[in-house]
Design a protein around this ligand. Structure first.
Ligand code: NAG
Ligand code: NAG
Length: 571
């Protein structure tokens, strides 16, 4: 057999050589046929080879860490550094007591349990009233059935009633000894069932934290360069090792927001024609770490010992025990009821939306979670006609108008790091620069949603971006105080072992806390997509189902055209 094959080797060699000679001789002709693809494919192939090599080098290099990422941006000022320190402290997450514990000592959702605590009034399992609160104690145990002795597990909880279409998010307090309290405000009379979910064990969170700090390159980007018949594609990111290959520096001149690509071999940096998601790096975890991301331990339910549901009685007096830390709202009969002072209206008909948006220009900037708002309104309101800008599907920009009522809806994606398929360079804009270009005023509504594409980077990257956006928002509100600015928060999503490494709710929750802190005190409306998704009976999805989006839109419109007699309360 071996001898047989080797007889043909010279023949195959000859064939291969002729193919290469043919290809090289014809490459010129191919170009003339307008066949960019060939050169591009060849250079992509070359690039993926050198990329693989670079990754290897980068792993060996000590600067492959957080520090190399930070030094490509501008040094923060003293105030910025202070703010960042405060923000970092506010999202501090308990570190594991002993790093690298084996799986059997990590938190096991199926051996953990929760217990409903007796009500304050009756010191037994009854006597809950609307306006009071329900407390639940969660006991975390490892795979050996032993109680955990440290904190850091990422838990989510909600109280709900399927038949009433009611739900509210719980507040989780980590006692850092394996016990967690969850507190729910009691907002409706009738049945209320507790649901506690372990999103990730503390050990899994430690692995995510490591990825966040050490592997900001785990989602990578690429850009195509083109001039005449030449086309090349190179890798891009917020931070690239500077000492390996010449870089193209696309740092934003106004803010110093960094962005780099490897310089193409033949073309100049200013021939970049687009930006796109490159892909997701694999094999990020050690063997021990990857055991912590089994499907059965991600977003796994924690069972009750004893009762898992209570009956809430109508209140006999006006009680609001829970008002110290109120949630932003709750669902009742499928409708969101905000607790933030706004009078919630429902916009059930397209004409009610038209009435509300009459004369308004609505600018939506950000990721696909706000594009969803554009899509919802555009589909719901027949009077809104989408103007064909010949944009790429899902990328935008998008424009819809109702010229009879002078309504304009506009969507544009945020700047890099945006993980969209292909954004032309001409459409690649930072939100802060777009905001600076808006006159603003009472007819202008701005909606921002910038979070999901930052989950693979250290938190300081997000802080820096939000800081620049916040400054632009402040400038906008200063020059045109009538402008309504709406910020859509992050939301939990569907997770599996793979998605967790790039988009885990833990990353999102940390970014979301930063977002809230950074816009606090400003005259902007926060639409709490986090709680609106968490409190709802629908499963978590990156793009929440229409029932949830409708509620977000209703909340949004309730601010655009508030009911006159109720006074709007600032948060
Ligand atoms: C990160 O890189 C810097 C130099 O670029 C080095 O001084 C530091 O020790 C590195 N940190 C880690 C944790 O490897
Ligand atoms: C990129 O340009 C910015 C200013 O435009 C500069 O501050 C930064 O140092 C440059 N980066 C590199 C790696 O040269």
């Amino acid at each position: 057999m071996v001898a047989n094959v080797s007889r043909y080797v010279p023949f195959f060699l000859f064939l291969a050589l002729s193919a290469i000679v043919f290809l090289l001789r014809n490459i010129h002709t191919l170009e003339k046929w307008n066949c960019f693809q060939t050169v591009s494919t060849l250079s992509q192939w070359h690039n993926s080879l050198s990329t693989a090599l670079r990754q290897h080098l980068a792993l060996l290099h000590p600067e492959h860490n957080q520090t190399y990422c930070a030094h490509l941006g501008q040094e923060p000022s003293v105030e910025e550094a202070l703010e960042e320190r405060y923000l970092q402290q506010s999202i501090a997450w308990p570190e594991p007591a002993v790093p690298g514990l084996p799986l059997r000592q990590s938190s096991d959702p199926s051996r953990s349990y929760f217990v409903i605590q007796p009500s304050a009034e009756c010191s037994d399992l009854s006597g809950w009233e609307v306006g009071g609160q329900l407390e639940v104690m969660v006991h975390m145990q490892n795979f050996l059935g032993k109680a955990k002795r440290h904190g850091g597990d990422f838990l989510l909880a909600r109280l709900h009633s399927q038949e009433l279409g009611a739900g509210v998010a719980g507040r989780v307090v980590d006692h850092r000894d394996g016990l967690y309290s969850v507190v729910f405000p009691l907002l409706w009379a009738g049945p209320a069932q507790v649901e506690v979910t372990l999103v990730h064990s503390s050990e899994a969170v430690a692995a995510l934290r490591r990825l966040r700090e050490e592997r900001p390159d785990r989602v990578y980007f690429k850009s195509q360069y083109r001039s005449g018949f030449l086309s090349e594609t190179t890798m891009c990111n917020l931070c690239l090792p500077a000492n390996q290959q010449p870089l193209c520096n696309y740092t934003d001149p106004h803010t110093g927001e960094p962005w780099y690509c490897y310089k193409p071999k033949m073309l100049d940096c200013d021939t970049r024609i687009d930006h796109a998601k490159g892909g997701y790096k694999k094999h990020l975890l050690t063997t021990t770490e990857s055991m912590l991301f089994m499907s059965s331990t991600i977003k796994a339910p924690i069972k009750a010992v004893g009762m898992e549901a209570i009956t809430v009685l109508p209140t006999t007096e006006s009680r609001t025990d829970w008002l110290k830390t109120p949630p932003s709202g709750y669902y009742y009969q499928g409708s969101w009821r905000p607790l933030t002072g706004v009078h919630m209206q429902q916009f059930k008909s397209p004409s009610s939306v038209v009435q509300c948006l009459k004369g308004k220009m609505v600018y939506m900037y950000g990721d696909s979670t706000v594009r969803q708002w554009f899509e919802y309104l555009n589909a719901f309101v027949p009077e809104l006609k989408e103007f064909n800008l010949h944009s790429l599907k899902n990328v935008g920009p998008f424009l819809a108008v109702d010229s009879d009522h002078n309504i304009m809806l506009h969507y544009r994606c945020h700047g890099p790091p945006i993980r969209f398929s292909t954004v032309p360079t001409s459409e690649l804009r930072y939100v802060f620069n777009e905001l600076d270009g808006l006159p603003g005023g009472g007819d202008t509504v701005v909606v921002l949603s910038v979070w999901s594409h930052f989950s693979t980077f250290p938190v300081e990257v997000y802080v820096r971006r939000l800081r620049h956006i916040r400054r632009a928002v402040v400038r906008l509100l200063d020059r045109a105080p009538g402008t309504l600015v709406v910020v859509r928060s992050a939301n939990p999503q569907k997770l599996d072992p793979e998605v967790s490494l790039y988009n885990s709710d833990w990353f999102s929750a940390q970014l979301d806390a930063v977002l809230r802190a950074m816009f606090k005190g400003l005259n902007v409306l926060l639409v709490d997509a986090w709680e609106m998704t968490l409190a709802h009976q629908h499963p978590h999805l990156l793009h929440p189902p229409e029932d949830i989006v409708r509620n977000m839109i209703d909340l949004f419109l309730s601010h655009v055209c508030p009911v006159k007699k109720k006074k709007k309360k600032k948060n």
